[in-house]
Design a protein around this ligand. Structure first.
Ligand SMILES: Nc1nc(=O)c2c([nH]1)NC[C@@H]1CN(c3ccc(C(=O)N[C@@H](CCC(=O)O)C(=O)O)cc3)CN21
Ligand SMILES: CC(C)C(=O)C(=O)O
Length: 363
């Protein structure tokens, strides 16, 4: 039977695979070739309909795999990673061509408003992973394992990671920790879940470290970090996240090890970079911006202090606030909505009939 012609195979093909002529003489078989997800043909019904994306790069891009990430490293092309917390931010990573999308537990702070990252639960992470997976079709998706989901035992860690993969549809997991997570990294690798340990500044330990402090600044601490990195590679880690460490230490680790290194505050010598989406976009105001908003518009903004390693590539926050100010102003002044442009009509005879039976309205 020609598998490619069955309706089921056609559906499969339409989703992820391409049928290629077989060289085995067994006919045409569905080949394991990844094709783009049907993003260009799919339309969603929203109050504002997204335009179809016709950019050639978006229609030809394939799902990022471990092999394609390793190829980027071997070609010395820096890997790009950014966080996403929901469907719109996931679509942003997907449509922009980001290589890896991180459902970071920073979402506890930047999307849920908690004081730190330790308050988010595994169930909440899974809820957000599901939304991200619906939007981030091409990037390799990694979820953080939240505080409390892996420390008690290897078994608990495996159960939590399996839930993130099975219910949250992510491709791999990131775990904050050093030597103490080696047994878990080994076990997850054995069961086929790609693991990215997170070394250096570990936000889940901010309380015990009395803040978000740069790590591995002494020769002893740098040596310990390097040896831990080697041990985690031996345990099977496919990548390391290196946060807030001297750039020379991060470059050294990258040069000596085979795995991928993704840095944040670790300099340009790693295999790739990661930043939090709201930092890249400039969603939250700086203290100066909050002061300006208070004096000029009477707005009470929640200012945030960001780390030295953050570069803002946009100022989406000020644009959002301007849009909402104008919306409020337009409603209050009667300028929105505009009849004809933003309203619906009723045929004259229908309206006349309505008023005849019900009595006149406003005139
Ligand atoms: N918006 C956002 N961006 C992040 O990168 C981020 C989060 N939230 N939440 C979770 C963690 C917390 N992170 C942080 C937060 C603060 C610093 C920070 O201010 N570090 C000091 C270093 C001080 C020192 O040791 O010298 C700095 O000045 O950069 C670093 C990482 C990174 N993560
Ligand atoms: C800061 C990044 C790397 C992270 O761990 C997160 O988003 O939670």
């Amino acid at each position: 039977m020609n598998l490619c012609r069955t309706p089921h195979a056609r559906r499969l093909g339409a989703l992820r695979r391409q049928c290629l002529p077989s060289t085995t003489g067994l006919g045409v078989l569905p080949a394991r070739v990844m094709v783009p997800y049907p993003t260009s043909s799919s339309r969603r019904w929203m109050s504002v309909k997204p335009m179809e994306n016709t950019a050639p790069s978006a229609t030809t891009r394939k799902k990022v795999t471990l092999a394609s990430l390793r190829k980027l490293r071997s070609e010395q092309t820096p890997i790009t990673m950014m966080t996403a917390y929901d469907y719109p931010t996931a679509l942003l990573t997907h449509s922009s061509g980001i290589d890896m999308t991180l459902v970071g537990d920073s979402l506890s702070q930047v999307a849920l408003g908690h004081y730190n990252t330790n308050q988010i639960t595994l169930d909440e992470m899974i809820h957000h992973c599901k939304a991200v997976a619906r939007g981030a079709k091409t990037p390799f998706i990694i979820s953080d394992m939240p505080f409390g989901s892996f420390e008690a035992s290897v078994q608990h860690g495996v159960e939590s990671a399996v839930r993130l993969v099975k219910e949250g549809y992510v491709d791999g997991v990131k775990i904050e920790g050093g030597r103490e997570i080696i047994p878990l990294v080994k076990r997850l690798t054995e069961v086929g879940i790609p693991v990215m340990p997170h070394l250096g500044l570990q936000p889940q330990r901010a309380t015990s470290l009395s803040g978000y402090m740069v790590q591995a600044r002494s020769s002893g601490a740098a040596k310990e970090l390097y040896e831990t990195a080697v041990a985690l590679q031996q345990a099977g880690a496919f990548a390391l996240l290196l946060e807030a460490i001297p750039h020379k230490v991060a470059s050294y680790i990258t040069d000596k090890l085979d795995l991928l290194t993704i840095g944040i505050g670790a300099g340009p010598g790693t295999s790739g970079q990661v930043l939090v989406a709201s930092d890249v976009l400039g969603v939250f105001p700086t203290e100066e911006e909050a002061e300006v908003a208070a004096t000029e518009h009477g707005q009470q903004l929640q200012a945030v202090k960001v780390a030295k390693f953050v570069r803002r590539f946009g100022n989406v926050g000020s644009e959002s606030r301007r849009a909402v100010r104008e919306y409020i102003e337009a409603v209050r002044s009667g300028g929105f909505p505009e009849i004809g442009k933003e309203t619906y009509m009723i045929a004259k005879e229908e309206w006349d009939e309505f008023e005849r039976s019900m009595g006149p309205g406003r005139g």
